[in-house]
Structures are given as C-alpha cells and as structure tokens.
Ligand binder design. Structure first.
Ligand code: FAD
Ligand code: EPU
Length: 344
C-alpha cells in the first residue's frame, strides 16, 4: 500500500472539487485492503473506497480515510464460444474496454469511454447505448468487511436494476469489490438498438467500428472531466406511471420517454432543458450548455455551488412536471453518505 503525501482530493474526483480527506491511501492488493480495514491505527477512522471518483461529490472535507482502489490484473479463460474474463477491480474501465475490443472479446464495445474503475461498474450497473453491465457480468468478487474474507455473488444475486444493484442497497458500506468476472463472446453480434447506432450495418461493421462510433458520440455530447469537472449524468432518468406520462405528454408532446415495464422512463435531460435551465449558472457551477443532465465545475465551483444548482433544478423540475429527480452521483458529507433531500 502507499500512503500518499497529500490529503487533497481534487485530483481524485472528476468534479475537481477542492476538499481534503484525513488521509489518502492507495491499496494495490486485497491484502492491503485487509490490512487497512483491520489496522488498529486506522480503527477509529471511517474508510471510504474510491475508484476514480467519477460518480462522487465531496460536499465538504471528508472526515475519514479515502482508500484509492489500485488492484490490477486480468485473466482470460475460454469457455466454448465465450471468454470468462476476471478483472481486478482497480483496472481502468475505459482502457479495459479498449483492450477487449483490440483482442476481439465481443459484447462490451457499447460501454466504451465510461470513466471509472472496473470495480465500480457493478455498483450502479453502468449503462450506455443500449447495454448495461448486467448484460455481460457473470459474477462479482468482494471482500466482506465484517469477516475480512473474500466472497462471490453470481449474476442473479447482484439484483441489478437501472443504475442500481445490491451493492447500493443491502451491501452498501459492507463490502469492497475486488474483481468482476465478465462473459464476453467469440462471436461478433452488434447491439445497434440505440438511435445513432441504428445506421450501422450488422454484417459489414466490426466491433472496433462500433467502439469508435460510441467514442465519437460521447466525445461530442459529454464534457471531458480532465478539461471540465463533471460526473456524467447528475440525475437518473426518472421512472413515472403511464397515467402521469399521459398527462405530461398532453402538455409537452415532444417529451422523450422509453418503455420501462409497465411504466415510462423519462429523459431528465429534456425536462431540465425544457425548463430553460441549460447554461444556468450558480457561481462557477453550471448546467452544461449541450447536455442539461450534466452539471459542470467551470473551474472554481465549490460543492455548495454544485449542490445549490442541483437543488434549484430539482425544485424547478418538480414545480413544472411533478417529478422528483433522484441524483445518480453519490454525495459524501463529514464521514457519511448523504443526499439532496437530507441537505436541503
Ligand atoms: P467512484 O466515484 O470512485 O465511486 C462510486 C461509488 O462506489 C462510491 O460510493 C464509492 O465509495 C463506491 N466504490 C468505488 N469502488 C468501490 C469498490 N471497489 N467496492 C465498493 N465500493 C466502491 N455512468 C454510466 O452508468 N453510464 C455512462 O454513460 C456514464 N458516463 C459518464 C460520463 C462522464 C464524463 C462521467 C464523469 C461519468 C459517467 N458515468 C456514467 C458515471 C461513472 O463513470 C460511473 O458511475 C463509474 O462506474 C464510476 O466509477 P468510479 O471508479 O469513478 O467510481
Ligand atoms: N435531451 C435534451 N436536452 C438535453 C439532453 C438530452 O432534449 O440537454 C434529450 C435528447 O435529445 C434525447 C433524450 O433527452 O431525446 C436522452 O438523451 P441522451 O440520449 O443523451 O441520454 P441521457 O438520458 O441524457 C443516458 C444515461 C447516460 C448514457 C446515455 C447513453 C442516465 C441518467 N444517463 O443519458 O449515462 O451515457 O443515456 O445511453 O441514464 C451517466 O449515467 O452518467 C451517463 C452519462
């Protein structure tokens, strides 16, 4: 393990929020994690595992130890027409996807360019362009923080949902994901259901073509956190009843919605955009000018600027559409996780 000489969290969260932790440690092995969690020295401190901090907002100084996940390694096993790939949780997700595409391990290409670590991917069941982690996840290996032993959950036990899993529910704060086992295919079968991908021809286009197209769409739509601090979609797309949707649709015929079981999933970006909030700014925090679901730090935004902006959006959206937006980004205040509802 490496105890970092800095306490500054700014380089370790994609919003580039300038807050400190009590201590920052890099864990390179599972044994490091066990040592940190069992150490007498650190026993009085809360410990927070962090990947790349690309779905995290520090709402003040973190009163505890931030443990950066740097567990590395990949193993590939052939299983008939599939590959089972065991990936250590600290591997970089976007680099891993590119590596799979370059090795002809098919079925992951739509999830290109999602910032973060592999170990964070099952937590909110990352998704984009018609594919979710759950579609390729075989199992998840974790360190049980109560017993400090390694355990495994099969796909069906992970309770994956839209931006949700058991790791955000019953197992929250109880485990550290140490590896993710993915099932990819030897047989190329593109997933082209998402709008801009439907122009592709399933037979003549390669996995690399789709990968590059997804990268192109994302680069045009989403700000690069290295240049403009952000955490991707700030809010989840809300799920509302059909009746509620029909009422809204009468008033807003353009409202984009997708089938979601018996309900409808609504595009939160459209709701915010249609409320006239694109570009809206509070101090150095603003709603992104091209993608209203993304809040950005224009350089010197504080967490309270981001939170005030988020709360303003949530209030406006409720007033206009009677929809209660839920944030996707995870908030930490003091030594605990918190939420907009708790803070305002
Ligand atoms: P972090 O922010 O470091 O951690 C997130 C949470 O998981 C925290 O609560 C942390 O304590 C916990 N955690 C981290 N690692 C572990 C572990 N090993 N064990 C247990 N708990 C852990 N998301 C999508 O789903 N789809 C997208 O298309 C998408 N696009 C994005 C685009 C941009 C520009 C950005 C900045 C973000 C985007 N996101 C997207 C959100 C983000 O990329 C994902 O949520 C990603 O999985 C976060 O990974 P991370 O390692 O940075 O997580
Ligand atoms: N829209 C607007 N104005 C905006 C933004 C979007 O009108 O400012 C409309 C679009 O025109 C489109 C609809 O809203 O009709 C949906 O937009 P888009 O396809 O860009 O997707 P999204 O709902 O904004 C979701 C995910 C993204 C994921 C993309 C692609 C959530 C919360 N977000 O965004 O995930 O990359 O679809 O699949 O589900 C993330 O989770 O951080 C994330 C970036």
């Amino acid at each position: 393990m490496k105890i970092l000489p800095t306490k500054m969290l700014k380089p370790y969260n994609s919003f580039s929020i300038d807050e400190n932790a009590e201590l920052i440690i890099e864990a390179e092995t599972t044994q490091d994690l066990i040592d940190i969690w069992s150490s007498e020295k650190y026993s009085k401190s809360v410990k927070l595992p962090l990947g790349r901090g690309s779905n995290t907002l520090f709402c003040g100084p973190f009163e505890g130890i931030v443990v950066l996940n740097r567990l590395l390694g990949k193993e590939v096993e052939e299983k008939g027409n599939d590959y089972l790939i065991t990936v250590a949780s600290g591997e970089d997700w976007p680099s891993f996807v590119e590596w799979c595409v370059d090795h002809d391990y098919y079925g992951i290409e739509n999830l290109a360019m999602i910032p973060g670590c592999v170990g964070s991917s099952p937590i909110q069941n990352i998704g984009a362009y018609g594919l979710e982690l759950k579609d390729i996840c075989e199992s998840v290996e974790y360190l049980d923080l109560n017993t400090l032993t390694i355990k495994k959950l099969e796909h069906s036990e992970c309770r994956f949902g839209y931006r949700d899993s058991i790791f955000k529910q019953e197992l929250k704060d109880q485990v550290i994901i140490t590896a993710v086992i993915l099932r990819l295919s030897k047989i190329w079968q593109p997933l082209l259901s998402y709008g801009p991908l439907s122009q592709f021809n399933a037979t003549s286009n390669t996995a690399k073509d789709i990968f590059l197209k997804v990268c192109e769409i994302r680069s045009n739509k989403l700000p690069d956190p290295r240049l403009l601090g952000n955490a991707g979609s700030f809010f989840k797309n809300p799920i509302i009843s059909n009746d509620h949707y029909c009422l809204l649709k009468e008033k807003y015929p353009e409202l984009p919605a997708y089938e979601f079981g018996e309900n409808k999933k609504i595009a939160a970006g459209w709701l915010i955009d249609n409320a006239g909030l694109k570009g809206f700014q509070i101090n150095d925090a603003s709603v992104h000018k091209d993608q209203a679901l993304v809040l950005v730090n224009n350089g010197n935004a504080t967490s309270s600027d981001i939170l005030s902006l988020a709360n303003h959006i949530k209030t406006k959206v409720y007033e206009l559409y009677q929809i209660d937006l839920e944030h996707e980004v995870r908030f930490y205040s003091g030594s605990k996780e918190t939420s907009l509802t708790e803070l305002f």
